[in-house]
Design a protein around this ligand. Structure first.
Ligand code: NAP
Ligand code: G3H
Length: 506
């Protein structure tokens, strides 16, 4: 099913329903972070090819925006089915391309198929509204605003390496159901998995040009894309650094930015510490910590520090490290040696400043063994920076008040967890945390994907989550009708002559 996508592992770009090679004659090798093998080559597109891809969406938009919602939904349902049918093949590519374990890669693809279906359902259920003018003082009930959702135009979907299918689909599917066209710019590492997704939409019958893909070096086409006058909406997920850069260039083009995080797990003295340690470990180390919603610091309140550290150590020591295709593995090689160097730098800094190593701090190439640090203090970089790797710092705090202060002092505000058996305390703390979402007695996580998902401060702007994303990538279109009953003769049911019966408020 994926044969048309590539010739001898040279992957091409989707343009007007065809997979085409770049005229640049240049390709980029995508190498596996696991063993440096070549997963495939992707095209290094030129700026004029970017122009062509965007111009093509403009033609396609004219008819796509007018297709009945039920027809758009049918195409999405077919794409979801195809994605599910090809889940295993795509997951195997993903596992090697980004070093994600095979079960997690499979989950990501299946979750994405479900995301597409739910989006199609949500699109079918979107209703406009009719607003009567008389709700506003001095207004008239003879004035009605009929509000429907209009597409915004061409949406630029830029996704990160860590969820190349799910975080592409979370932009593309809501954009398409809303009647928009899409330019899909996948991460270089992860591009092949994302191109497979585009192929599913093509095979599902998405009209030519409604979805075009663009690959290439961000240094050559990144700024060109984000400042292109043909782009009407930017939907970006990635690092705060890149998000800030894009936002600075984008001017008045509306955007959603999903960026970095430093999610704290605040553990109160009355929490079930064993269960808490299990949840925190899954939260911190799955996909080797390369998740925006990973637990990135533990704030242990009061006297529980030693016991929590003991439970966490047991959990972390039980994690298996290795190859993504190996059964039972959680920790796999990080996406690049630069990423591993960065995480190692944070660990070294913390240890040099007096942190206590409870587990890990061992490295083989890009593979960093799960590392747990205790007695971390605010002067250490790991207390504030996002590692995006398998390292978890424990900060001991004297009170819930101090935990809230430290949580809120972060530049980030994605999610936070509060572990306690006391619901009043949980809500009191949750209400004071400056984040998009607070999880009570659970690890931070994005799903289920119809929940609102957002970051505050440097963690982003705008809201994802299926309905929210559709709303963000459509705009209200209001058509105002002024009914003039005085222009109709109610007895004879014929219009009265012009000028008769004009009301004062029109
Ligand atoms: P990244 O380096 O910022 O890259 C993200 C995407 O932006 C990639 O497709 C990248 O393409 C592209 N890009 C880079 N420079 C660009 C430019 N000048 N113009 C246009 N596009 C450009 O992030 P990453 O390393 O892939 O992902 C990890 C980060 O994403 C972490 O900070 C994580 O917290 C964050 N993240 C946040 C969320 C969330 O929902 N809040 C979810 C997942 C990840 P290339 O690959 O070609 O450079
Ligand atoms: O990396 C960011 C993802 O949106 C997180 O999703 O919480 O399901 O792992 P997740």
């Amino acid at each position: 099913m994926l044969n048309e996508l590539h010739v001898n592992q040279i992957y091409r770009n989707l343009l007007h329903g065809q997979w085409v090679e770049s005229t640049s004659g240049k390709t980029i090798a995508v190498r596996s972070p696991v063993d440096d093998s070549v997963v495939g080559h992707i095209q290094a597109m030129t700026q004029s090819e970017v122009d062509q891809a965007i111009a093509d969406t403009k033609v396609a938009l004219k008819t796509w925006a007018l297709r009945p919602m039920s027809e758009r939904a049918d195409i999405l349902y077919r794409a979801a089915d195809l994605l599910e049918e090809n889940a295993d093949e795509i997951a195997r590519i993903m596992a090697m391309e980004i070093g994600k374990t095979l079960p997690s890669s499979q989950n990501e693809v299946i979750r994405s198929a479900e995301f597409i279906r739910f989006t199609a359902d949500a699109g079918q259920n979107i209703e406009g509204e009719t607003i009567s003018g008389d709700k506003f003082p001095g207004g008239s009930m003879n004035k009605l605003s009929i509000v429907t959702a209009s597409p915004i135009g061409t949406v630029l979907a830029i996704s990160p390496f860590n969820y190349p299918v799910n975080l592409t689909v979370s932009k593309v599917a809501p954009a398409l159901i809303g009647g928009n066209a899409c330019i899909m710019k996948p991460p270089t590492q992860g591009a092949i998995s994302a191109l497979c997704l585009a192929e599913m939409f093509r095979q599902a019958g998405l009209p030519d040009g409604v979805l075009n893909t663009v690959t290439g070096k961000s240094s050559e086409i990144g700024d060109y894309l984000t400042t292109h006058p043909g782009i009407n909406f930017i939907n970006f997920t990635g690092s705060t650094k890149t998000g800030r850069h894009i936002s600075g260039l984008a001017g008045m083009v509306p955007q959603i930015l999903e960026l970095g995080g430093k999610d704290p797990a605040i553990v109160l003295e009355d929490a079930d510490l064993k269960k808490t340690a299990q949840l925190i470990t899954v939260g911190a180390y799955s996909y080797s910590g390369q998740r925006c919603t990973a637990v990135k610091r533990v704030l242990a309140v009061g006297s529980i520090g030693d016991e929590l550290a003991r439970y966490l150590t047991l959990e972390v020591e039980a994690l298996k490290s290795g190859h993504p295709m190996e059964e039972g593995v959680t920790i796999t090689p990080l996406i690049s040696s630069e990423a591993a160097d960065y995480v190692q730098g944070l660990i070294d800094d913390a240890l040099a400043k007096g942190a206590v190593l409870l587990s890990g701090n061992r490295r083989e190439g890009n593979l960093l063994y799960p590392t747990l640090l205790d007695q971390v203090t605010p002067d250490m970089r790991i207390a504030w920076e996002e590692p995006f790797g398998p390292v978890l710092p424990i900060l001991r705090v004297s009170s819930a008040e101090e935990a809230i202060r430290l949580a809120n002092e972060s530049q980030y505000g994605l999610q936070a967890s509060v572990f306690t058996n006391h619901i009043d305390k949980a809500f009191t703390i949750a209400n004071r945390l400056e984040v998009g979402t607070v999880q009570i007695n659970n690890k931070p996580e994005r799903g289920p994907d119809h929940f609102p998902f957002l970051g505050v401060k440097d963690s982003g702007m705008g809201t994802q989550g299926i309905r929210y994303a559709i709303e963000a990538m459509t705009r209200p279109k209001a058509i105002v009708v002024t009914i003039r009953p005085e222009l109709v003769n109610p007895v004879e049911d014929t219009p009265v002559t012009e000028g008769q019966g004009e009301s004062e408020i029109s």
